[in-house]
Design a protein around this ligand. Structure first.
Ligand code: GLN
Length: 379
């Protein structure tokens, strides 16, 4: 039988986390915090587990949560949304990405992907018979070449997949990027998928340019968010998607047959926490900026070269002063010999550029960051 994803191996996040474990290395590869989310939130989960909230949630999510999300979106991005018809709570952002792509991409449709791209994007398109058109962005600033995007658009272009703040690069958008995007899609029927799971993790007083802020762009977008990133609970697998009714209707048709609904007690707990602690996410940027600053300061003692991240909890580093190995080999050796695991960036490109760049996750407690940086400085 012919594989539907003949080029897909195991995802790099699983490969590197497994290698870190086998080698007893500090795991700065797969992106997840090594600390827990707020106690008050976890308390609400056990409360709801023990108070009868253990059966199927409604398709779109429990109303208590969808209402809190709608309120948050109005406060943050000034966008009023209908919590029943323009919002769906999903088991993680990953399922939302799959549903959004599946909802709009037909066989033979083209989808524009900006490389380095998160590793689920292209397979989702491929599984739907779509064709990806890859536009590269380059280290260190990862500017989007909008002329190239424009040139790649034709009558078959169905979707553009966007991600800001950007994983793996740690770059963020400017107002000018929004203007360029507007210009390009105006007058077309191209949909947008806007992966905004790091919406709150932006640094140095720069804003997050959610597409929800712009009525003309929101009208054609699936905007996707993650509670795992915001509340340090990546293992809970709860995210959500916001889209206008005509897109959400198609999204729901898919979602109902993939996951039907998202786990119930977590949704009730998140609803309570959003209601009771609406300020939590406002402190997240500062929280991670302190971690970025600490990690970058410690890395000054190493031979790694870097530009501090503008957002996300990832920091890229160029290791060309240490080695000219390709990044996949370098990270394997780094894990084995120096006991620090990282992610090679080349795996996120359809056509990997000639560069020596790896990604570290700094969502770790101070002691872990210090120990890792000490090992990196000794190379
Ligand atoms: N988003 C995480 C990262 O970038 C990985 C999530 C996963 O392993 N599927 O590292």
């Amino acid at each position: 039988m012919e594989s539907k994803l003949p080029d897909a191996g195991t995802t790099i996040f699983t490969v590197m986390s497994r290698m870190a474990q086998e080698q007893g290395a500090i795991n700065l590869s797969q992106g997840f915090p090594n600390f827990d989310g707020p106690q008050a939130l976890r308390d609400r989960v056990s409360y709801h587990l023990n108070h009868g909230h253990n059966q199927y949630a409604p398709l779109a999510g429990v109303p208590e949560l969808t209402e809190q999300i709608a309120k948050k979106v109005l406060d943050l991005y000034s966008r009023p949304i209908d919590p029943q018809r323009e919002l769906v709570v999903t088991p993680g952002a990953t399922e939302a990405i799959y549903c959004a792509v599946t909802a709009v991409v037909h066989p033979g449709d083209e989808v524009i992907v900006l490389d380095p791209a998160y590793d689920t994007y292209a397979p989702c398109v491929q599984l739907n018979g779509g064709i990806t058109r890859h536009i590269p962005m380059h280290y260190p600033d990862f500017r989007i070449n909008w002329n190239q995007v424009k040139d790649a658009i034709n009558t078959k272009t169905r979707l553009i997949m966007l991600n800001m703040p950007h994983n793996p690069s740690g770059s963020n958008w400017s107002e000018n990027d929004i203007e360029c995007l507007r210009d390009i899609v105006q007058g077309t029927d191209i949909s947008l998928l806007s992966d905004e799971v790091y919406e709150h993790i932006v640094f140095d007083s720069h804003p997050h340019h959610s597409l929800l802020r712009y009525a003309d762009l929101a009208e054609r977008s699936f905007s996707i968010f993650s509670f795992g990133k915001t509340y340090h609970t990546t293992g809970w697998r709860v995210g959500y998607c916001i889209a206008p009714k005509h897109l959400m209707q198609e999204f729901l048709r898919v979602h109902q047959f993939i996951n039907f609904s998202t786990n119930t007690p977590m949704q009730f707990a998140l609803a309570d926490f959003l209601r009771d602690c609406p300020q939590h996410h406002l402190a997240l940027g500062g929280f991670y900026q302190r971690k970025r600053d600490l990690f970058c300061e410690l890395l000054q003692a190493s031979r790694l070269r870097f530009t501090p991240s503008a957002g996300t909890f990832f920091q890229l580093a160029d290791y060309s002063e240490i080695s000219d190995e390709v990044d996949t080999e370098f990270v394997a050796r780094l894990t084995r010999e120096h006991k620090v695991a990282a992610i090679p960036v080349s795996v996120f490109y359809a056509a990997p550029p000639d560069q020596r760049v790896i990604r570290f996750c700094f969502a770790k407690d101070e002691q872990t960051l210090r120990r890792a940086a000490e090992r990196l400085a000794a190379i």
